[in-house]
Design a protein around this ligand. Structure first.
Ligand SMILES: NC(=O)C1=CN([C@@H]2O[C@H](COP(=O)(O)OP(=O)(O)OC[C@H]3O[C@@H](n4cnc5c(N)ncnc54)[C@H](OP(=O)(O)O)[C@@H]3O)[C@@H](O)[C@H]2O)[C@@H](O)CC1
Ligand SMILES: [K+]
Length: 462
């Protein structure tokens, strides 16, 4: 599990290191990591380092000094002044200074640019000259290695602002929100987290990794049977949207539900013709899925209320999200996308997209349910405010029907006895990981049919 640190938390962690070891050379370690990644990304040719006036520029200048020992290096002091000791080290090592015009001209001969203009102290946006330079790097296709974060982004901010478009970003100690929250994360390229001796304490924002998914996956044991693995009741689909019922069945069955009952309004013959192991009708169950493909259903509220009355853990998806009962929804998982979350909150979709953490936390706080916000980055918030980001995957899954499959997957995981937040993280992650291993325009149900192989791989890795 990767802890994600805000700029303030990272600075506090850095201070703890300085308090324990006042002479520690964190900047030297950061510079070493930047030089190492730069050499690995583009091993030869001229390096152009764009330098700001703070410590991010200091990292860039000490990296320039290391690189100048074995390859040509140019430095552009983009803000006029710069870290004094860093500049001296770079010049002594042989780096050549260029001005703004020289920097743009030099792009034609450079093999790589190091962006060390701003980092943790970054205010969103760039001065005009730097913005022009960043655009020129992109237009000319010169690879960019960003120090800590692409200058112009805000460390704690999901939004994009005028900034560098990095191919690689070397950050220190732990990822910051901008590295994992989209769309900002899309400006970072490949993320390298360098260990410079700063320990990240557990935080309220963390990112799940494949090893977590392997460790948490409910693998059946010698004494497992269909009941102990979890019985799931699906009330999904409708006469108008029968496909949603099939898709939720596909998701639940392919991740290993012990038994799936179908109690929705889609024709039972359709379900049986595709999934003969599904039992038609309500009955004993450990969890339910409500809402996918309901459309405008007459008894939506009473159906959701029924699950609450029976204390049945529920995955609440799509249309059922607007019929939530009052009171705490302990053990429930809500699975909205940004538009649905906006409707629940009474705000705009754009607001949810620019403040995803705040919005997803707000709904978890007011309902008591775990909330899985679906999208390019998938967040699971808990009542406590803790947010876990699911393992990311390619955009191939961004298509109609993926959410219906995901609801079925999460339902099966909930029925197996997992807490709601974990069912959400595992469900979103397994879909993303399967898409990553099977790149291409697979339909959501075809992709679900490939999940058993990925789950077997995870189980074997434990
Ligand atoms: N903490 C750690 O653990 C470690 C930190 N390390 C490194 O230190 C970095 C943080 O350094 P930092 O605090 O000096 O801030 P930094 O990002 O260089 O920027 C501040 C300067 O930029 C300016 N400025 C900002 N935005 C601007 C804008 N849009 N347009 C124009 N100007 C703008 C700002 O101006 P001001 O806001 O004061 O007007 C100020 O002068 C961190 O990212 C990492 O690389 C590592 O060495 C080791 C471990
Ligand atoms: K930077």
């Amino acid at each position: 599990m990767r802890q994600i640190l805000t700029a303030k938390q990272l600075r506090a962690a850095e201070q703890r290191v300085f308090d324990a070891e006042p002479d520690v050379d964190l900047m030297g370690r950061a510079a070493q990591a930047v030089a190492r990644v730069t050499d690995a990304v583009v091993p030869t040719g001229t390096v152009l380092v764009a330098v700001g006036q703070g410590n991010n520029g200091g990292d860039g200048l000490f990296a320039a000094a290391r690189l100048a020992a074995h390859r040509p290096v140019l430095v552009w002091l983009a803000m006029g002044s710069a870290h004094e000791a860093g500049l001296e080290a770079a010049v002594v090592a042989g780096a050549q200074e260029v001005d703004a015009v020289g920097a743009i001209k030099a792009l034609a001969e450079c093999s790589v640019v190091v962006d060390a203009v701003t980092g943790l102290g970054s205010r969103p946006g760039l001065p005009a000259e730097v913005e022009t330079f960043a655009a020129a790097c992109q237009a000319q296709g010169v690879p960019v290695v960003a120090v800590d974060l692409p200058s112009g982004l805000g460390a704690d901010d999901a939004r994009v602002h005028p900034s560098f478009q990095a191919d690689h970003t070397v950050t220190f100690g732990a990822p910051k929100p901008c590295h994992v929250l989209n769309p900002a994360a899309s400006r970072c390229g490949v993320l390298h987290v360098a260990d410079i001796g700063i320990d990240a304490e557990p935080t309220m924002l963390r990112a799940a990794e494949e090893s977590d998914i392997a460790a948490w996956w409910p693998v059946p044991g010698a004494r497992s049977d269909k009941y102990s693995r979890g019985v799931l009741v699906l009330d999904t689909g409708s006469e108008s949207y029968p496909g949603a019922a099939l898709l939720s069945c596909a998701g639940a069955l392919h991740v290993g539900a012990g038994m799936v009952r179908y109690a929705g309004r889609a024709p039972s013959g359709l379900i049986m013709s595709r999934f003969p192991s599904v039992v038609i009708g309500d009955g004993r169950a450990e969890a339910t899925v409500l809402g996918s493909g309901w459309g405008d259903r007459d008894n939506a509220e009473s159906r959701v209320e029924w699950a609450k009355l029976h204390q049945l853990p529920a995955v609440v998806d799509a249309d059922a999200l607007y019929s939530l009962p009052s009171g705490r929804l302990d053990g429930w998982l809500l699975t909205p996308h940004a538009g649905e979350l906006a409707r629940i909150l009474g705000c705009t979709r754009a607001h949810v997209e620019s403040q995803p953490l705040e919005c997803v936390r707000e709904v978890a706080r007011t309902t008591g349910a775990a909330v899985l916000l679906k999208g390019a980055t998938q967040y699971v918030a808990e009542l406590s405010g803790r947010v876990t980001i699911a393992v990311p995957g390619p955009a191939w899954t961004a298509r109609a029907g993926s959410g219906d499959v995901l609801a079925g997957i999460c339902g099966a995981l909930l029925a197996s006895g997992l807490p709601a937040w974990k069912a959400g993280v595992l469900g979103a992650s397994i879909q993303a990981m399967t898409a990553a291993r099977n790149p291409g325009p697979y339909t959501p149900d075809e992709l679900s049919a490939r999940m058993p192989a990925v789950i077997a791989e995870l189980a074997a890795a434990r």
